[in-house]
Design a protein. Structure first.
Length: 77
């Protein structure tokens, strides 16, 4: 069994194979094992609520009062 190792960034459920490996792997059946290169920053003891409190969001200042207008795309919102 030949082993090839490379690092890639997963995006939208896809991991791109580097171009230098395309010809070698094209049409071959492969086994894929994914290992997270960077462990999550959150402490394993954190609750979901503790993690959610650290989430930063941005949006319009009137989002809480005009959310329906933003969802349907009202041009006056």
């Amino acid at each position: 069994m030949n082993t090839i190792e490379f690092q890639a960034v997963a995006h939208d459920g896809v991991v791109d194979i580097p171009p230098e490996h395309h010809r070698l792997l094209d049409g071959r059946r492969v086994r894929v094992v994914l290992v997270d290169a960077e462990p999550l920053a959150a402490d394993d003891n954190d609750t979901i609520f503790a993690r959610l409190r650290r989430v930063k969001t941005r949006g319009p200042t009137d989002l809480s009062t005009n959310h329906d207008a933003y969802v349907v795309g009202d041009p006056d919102a």
